[in-house]
Design a protein around this ligand. Structure first.
Ligand code: PLP
Length: 379
């Protein structure tokens, strides 16, 4: 089956008792047993819920994966991956990361004795310098948030396999429509389902997808033991959201390209980060591993004062000033004070996350209205 057909049909079967085409919202905490230990495969809803299972099967299919476990948020999913590690283990990760990933690594898991190396992953060879006998994992986010660096997944996978590491790819920005890291050699794909998969800014959720039975068993054990499971209503909303993922992504990509081209030579813009430009330093890798370039764009304003940046950020009418991304509505975000506020100024400025950087999540509105809004806000 091709992508759009899978988005609509994979994992979702008509309800056997009524024929309802949509998987019901199984809003239940427990399941009645015929006699102790004899049940219909469901014991308690932290462990299993049919609405969640339909969604998990659907997301697994979209990532060409065998298994998927859904969590109550993207950070809940990240937390579960970290719980597969032990004190003394080391993780090699990127120097441009989602702020919440940086925060959980440094503020939660460093205290439990796990060591993180935040390095430039755009040259995968850099990884080799940091590998020692304690290294267990590579955590890569691509495209990166918010400077849109592209990390070569195949190159990371080769190093990971040679050294017996686990390669985790945060695929939130690309979505499975644009990129399938498992096909490129990753061991685990992580999603903030909150973003493109949900797509309607109404759910917070995370997911982990893998082809490896042993990794899946571990992740599912952690979910059931620690309880960061999503509720059935949220799972239903995401099943519904995903049915239009391919349609939304097509428009996100179309609008993203138009916005990038419009802003590229704009007199008020100093720098623009979008992997679709041939002069983007990682454009060739983007072309190789992604099917298109998406709707995420970051810009640096020419007028670098914080007053000007705030004024521009507050002047939009179609774009809304908000954290998050990947929904149908266009959003503008100021990473330095919003999504990346948890990263120290020196750290974020090293990778270009300066005070005058704004991140756009280009939505699926009519492109004429989006461009007109950019024009008036920048003016
Ligand atoms: C939002 C986001 C997360 C965290 O996901 P939540 O669902 O907000 O917990 C992780 N990685 C990236 C790239 C994100 O954009």
């Amino acid at each position: 089956m091709k992508f759009g057909t899978k988005a609509i049909h994979a994992g979702v079967h008509p309800d056997p008792t009524t024929g309802a085409i949509m998987t019901p919202i199984f809003q239940t905490s427990t399941y009645v047993q015929e006699s102790p230990g004899t049940n219909k495969g469901y014991g308690y809803a932290r462990g299993k819920n049919p609405t969640r299972e339909a969604l998990q099967d659907n997301i697994a299919a979209l990532e060409n994966g065998k298994h998927c476990v859904c969590f109550s948020s993207g950070m809940g999913a990240t937390d579960a991956v970290m719980k597969t590690l032990r004190p003394g283990d080391e993780v090699i990760t990127g120097d441009d990361l989602y702020g919440g990933s940086y925060r959980i690594f440094t503020k939660i898991y460093e205290a439990f004795g796990i060591k993180f190396h935040f390095i430039d992953l755009t040259d995968a060879n850099n990884i080799k310098k940091y590998i020692n006998s304690n290294t267990k994992m590579i955590w890569a986010e691509t495209p990166t948030n918010p400077t849109m660096q592209i990390i070569d997944i195949v190159a990371c996978a080769e190093i990971s396999k040679t050294n017996n590491l686990t390669l985790v790819v945060d695929n939130t920005f690309a979505s499975p429509y644009l990129q399938n890291p498992l096909d490129l050699g990753a061991d685990i794909v992580m999603h903030s389902v909150t973003k493109y998969l949900g797509g309607h800014s109404d759910v917070v959720m995370g997911a982990l997808i893998t082809n490896d039975d042993a990794i899946h068993e571990k992740l599912y054990f952690i979910l059931n033991s620690t309880g960061a499971n999503p509720g059935p209503m949220d799972c239903f909303l995401v099943i519904r959201g995903i049915k239009t993922l391919h349609l939304r992504m097509e428009r996100h990509c179309f609008n993203g390209r138009k916005v990038a081209e419009y802003l590229k030579n704009h007199p008020k813009i100093d720098k623009i980060y979008w992997p679709g430009f041939p002069e983007h330093p990682n454009h060739e890798i983007a072309k190789k591993q992604m099917r298109d370039f998406g709707g995420m764009i970051s810009i640096v304003l020419k007028d670098k004062t914080i007053e000007n940046t705030f004024k521009v950020a507050s002047s939009f009418k179609v774009f809304s000033l908000a954290e998050s991304l990947g929904g149908v509505e266009s959003l503008i975000n100021h990473p330095a004070t919003m999504t990346h506020g948890a990263i120290p100024k020196e750290e974020r400025e090293k990778v270009g996350v300066v005070d005058s950087l704004l991140r756009l999540s280009v939505g699926v509105e009519d492109i004429e209205d989006i461009l007109a809004d950019l024009e008036q806000a920048l003016a």
